[in-house]
Design a protein around this ligand. Structure first.
Ligand code: SF4
Length: 549
């Protein structure tokens, strides 16, 4: 019970203003209006969408290539309504990179093609969808983080929002406010990869079975202004190979939003068993490849950001519903790594969630019996067919790039084929031979340090607030100083794309945190080999301020 909190009552609360939940809120409102136009019994529903960023889209980042199939389903006039589309895909290539050369993949099979898709800034798209939702009467609560589900008698009945105005020690500052209790008949969780409400629901309702654990990558992205004449608007390039060794999954992209603006980035697999990776460093190396350098040299870096990506595919999707809640988008595991996209799947999940919510609102039944229809709807939709067809794609690369490519080729002939299962990777210490051996001096023109890049992410937090990266001081003394130093060389100082973790073996404690730099990518919680880091949302409004990503 949370008797001391102010409370607000809603019918449906969406956690996360990403493409899945905004689509869902919009479509639910459309369905309610259609129902009211056709029926004598009027339905009214109070719908709220929570966004922890300081405006909708502030925390949204993706490549991004948008397959418009979901828009066609719920808002076919999206172009006329002013949906921010940067360009249509005009040409596409996939390259294998060596350190100096690029080798084209001569034939692009169907799943890898993007004809008819749009290049978009997800941040702009989310901001626009939120404005559309507000225009339909939906309440958008930005600057508001959901920190805890309210569970009464086994049923989710709402959420608690973030406390504001408390200092580092947790003492109230002037104007402090306790978080509110938002009660809801159904809570829809669409927080993106590794969400904190998802994790709490998982603990309570066992959504992600132990034998189907989710896997993740970290994507690090930059948007550049470049001189005209180097690339054509709508060109898309995907790469694999350099700078990654064949044992690590990942690759790069460059999308031309226009003749003078490109989105580029690099995805690196992050695994607790193999945590010694530096996604930011990989991006800097990627940009130094002659292919990329030739395009962006002399340009201007406009924006930087990072996010983790849910990549396990169909076989690692969690249970999609429970008593009083639904999961959408990446919270539902909906990313197709074979097509390297998930926006359309996220939006489709939002549409299915909206249909399920309408049925629940009409029947007044919010139990998991009724909400189970969401899974049934998913089982007979295009998104399921696509996810099922691409199952095992990412896992095929667990045994390295070359076996993965063979597997990917075979899969096109025999969808769903799986290579013989490999045991979970043994813990690898690549601390000395890997990252530590590399020296990197950014030139502040083509390559940038983490702190310079961070400056272009718009990241701000209230400095004097409780640290949102929870690590037990005993673990810092025992695990960070001893075990982790010996086994991995303290990989947190490398894998965080914002440089939040600094290790100084000569000081006590050896770990210094700068949580105000956090990009909310969750890489630390995912890649930490000992599971001692818990990421919880800081005060709402903190974090990156993406505008172009
Ligand atoms: Fe990402 Fe964690 Fe670093 Fe924040 S502290 S930027 S969540 S890795």
């Amino acid at each position: 019970m949370h008797p001391q909190r102010e409370s607000l009552d809603f019918d449906i609360v969406f956690i996360g203003a990403g493409p899945a939940n905004l689509t869902s809120a919009l479509h639910l409102q459309q369905l309610i209006e259609r129902h009211n136009a056709a029926s004598a019994s009027r339905l009214e529903a109070e719908i709220a969408v929570l966004e922890k960023g300081r405006y909708p889209g502030a925390h949204l980042l993706s490549g991004a290539i948008l397959d418009p199939s979901a828009f066609e389903l719920f808002m076919p006039d999206y172009r006329e309504r002013g949906c921010p589309l940067e360009s249509e895909v005009t040409e596409e290539s996939v390259w294998f990179l060596t350190k100096q050369k690029k080798i084209p993949v001569p034939y692009l099979p169907e799943p890898f093609r993007n004809k008819g898709c749009h290049l978009v800034s997800l941040s702009k798209l989310g901001n626009w969808l939120a404005a559309e939702a507000e225009a339909m009467g939906i309440t958008i609560l930005d600057n508001t983080a959901a920190v805890e589900p309210v569970i009464e008698n086994g049923q989710v009945e709402g959420i608690v929002t973030d406390d504001k105005g408390f200092d580092k020690q947790g003492a109230p500052k002037s104007g402090s406010e306790r978080g509110m209790l938002l009660s809801a008949k159904v809570v829809v969780v669409g927080e993106g990869a590794d969400g904190s409400i998802f994790r709490q629901l998982d603990r309570e309702f066992l959504l992600q079975p132990e034998n189907r654990k989710q896997i993740y990558e970290t994507g690090v992205k930059e948007v550049w202004k470049i001189p005209a004449g180097r690339i054509r608007a709508g060109s898309t390039h995907h790469t694999f190979g350099y700078p990654l060794p064949s044992s690590i999954y990942g690759g790069g992209w460059m999308y031309a939003f226009s003749d003078t603006e490109v989105s580029l980035g690099f995805v690196t697999s992050v695994e607790p068993a193999r945590p010694v990776v530096d996604p930011h460093h990989n991006l800097q190396l990627f940009k130094q490849h002659p292919f990329i350098q030739k395009i962006i040299d002399g340009g201007t870096l406009l924006e930087y950001g990072a996010k983790s990506i849910t990549s396990g595919g169909y076989n690692t999707m969690p249970k999609l519903y429970g008593p009083g809640f639904l999961l959408t988008g990446e919270s539902a595991g909906l990313v197709n790594m074979q097509r390297q996209k998930g926006l359309h799947l996220a939006m489709q999940s939002g549409i299915l969630a909206a249909e399920t919510l309408l049925a629940s609102l009409l029947s007044g039944d919010y139990s998991d019996n009724t909400l189970a229809d969401y899974r049934k709807r998913f089982e007979s939709c295009d998104a399921r067919e696509e996810m099922y067809g691409a199952r095992n794609y990412r896992q095929g690369f667990d045994q390295g790039l070359y076996k993965g490519l063979v597997h990917a080729g075979l899969r096109l002939k025999i969808p769903g084929i799986a290579l013989a299962e490999k045991a979970a990777p043994a813990k690898e210490n690549r601390a000395l031979s890997g990252i530590k051996g590399k020296t990197f001096t950014p030139d502040d023109s083509l390559t940038f340090s983490k702190s310079s890049d961070l400056y272009r992410s718009g990241t701000v937090h209230e400095e004097d607030q409780p640290c949102h990266l929870l690590i037990d001081p005993n673990d810092i003394a025992d695990i960070c100083r001893k075990k982790c130093t010996e086994e991995f060389g303290n990989p947190c100082q490398h894998f965080c794309p914002a440089g939040v973790y600094e290790i100084n073996l000569d000081s006590n404690p050896i770990l210094r945190l700068t949580p105000s730099n956090c990009l909310h990518c969750k890489t630390c919680e995912i890649a930490d080999p000992y599971g001692i880091i818990t990421w919880k949302p800081p005060e709402g409004g903190g974090g990156p301020g993406y505008k172009l990503s």
